[in-house]
Design a protein around this ligand. Structure first.
Ligand SMILES: Nc1ncnc2c1ncn2[C@@H]1O[C@H](COP(=O)(O)OP(=O)(O)OP(=O)(O)O)[C@@H](O)[C@H]1O
Length: 191
């Protein structure tokens, strides 16, 4: 993996009438992770959505780190489809299904493959969302509270997957309130 680094320059974000942040600049190089922290409402999710291209910045630029895999608060899974059908659908949209079996094993969702998504628990949905990001082979992972609802074993699996990703040159930006097992991250505090 030899992705371009993520380079953010003088980024500002206004939502409604509120300026969440301005003059935000940082770089995430190959193999690095950035831990976003700050109180509720400080703009962590908004920054991740800007990086994912789901929001437009008020000003500033975002370069590199393409393509980018995004895990938001919700995992979009059609209720009547099986998990395997949904993850296959997303992997095709993301460009390849080659890494899907490994990704499903990494987040321990292979045994859930034939279950309709409406029957998945919240933690299982979270694991499925993470499997999607892993399967996408995107060099940059954008993770919003990725351990929310995860049990201890799944949190450890995610930590291992993040370490493997970084060892291969991947990059991670994660919004988190606690520790998610990211080794030696850069830290950026909002608010
Ligand atoms: N669609 C929207 N329109 C206007 N304001 C919004 C919108 N979505 C979010 N906001 C506001 O933007 C601010 C930042 O929200 P954001 O979700 O980015 O914060 P956060 O740091 O991720 O919070 P948390 O720790 O609670 O997840 C909040 O004040 C929120 O109410």
């Amino acid at each position: 993996m030899s992705p371009e680094p993520l380079i953010v320059t003088n980024l500002a974000c206004q939502r409604g009438n509120r300026l969440l942040f301005e003059n935000l600049s940082f770089t995430v190089n190959r193999g690095e992770a950035l831990h976003l922290e700050g109180p509720n409402g400080s703009g962590k999710s908004s920054l991740l959505r800007l990086l994912a291209g789901l929001l437009r910045p008020t000003s500033g630029t975002i370069h590199g780190g393409n393509p980018r895999g995004f895990l938001g608060h919700e995992t979009a899974l059609k209720p009547r489809m099986t998990l395997l059908a949904e993850l296959t659908h997303w992997a095709r949209l993301d460009g390849t299904t080659a890494a899907l079996p490994t990704a499903m094993a990494a987040m321990n969702v292979a045994a859930l493959a034939d279950i309709p998504c409406k029957h998945l628990s919240s933690g299982q949905r979270r694991r499925a969302g993470l499997a999607r990001v892993i399967a996408s082979s995107a060099p940059l992972w954008l993770l919003d509270e990725p351990t929310a609802g995860l049990d201890t074993a799944s949190t450890a699996r995610l930590a291992a997957a993040m370490a493997t990703h970084r060892a291969a040159g991947g990059m991670i930006v994660a919004a988190v309130h606690g520790d998610i097992g990211l080794a030696d991250p850069q830290r950026l505090r909002l608010g």
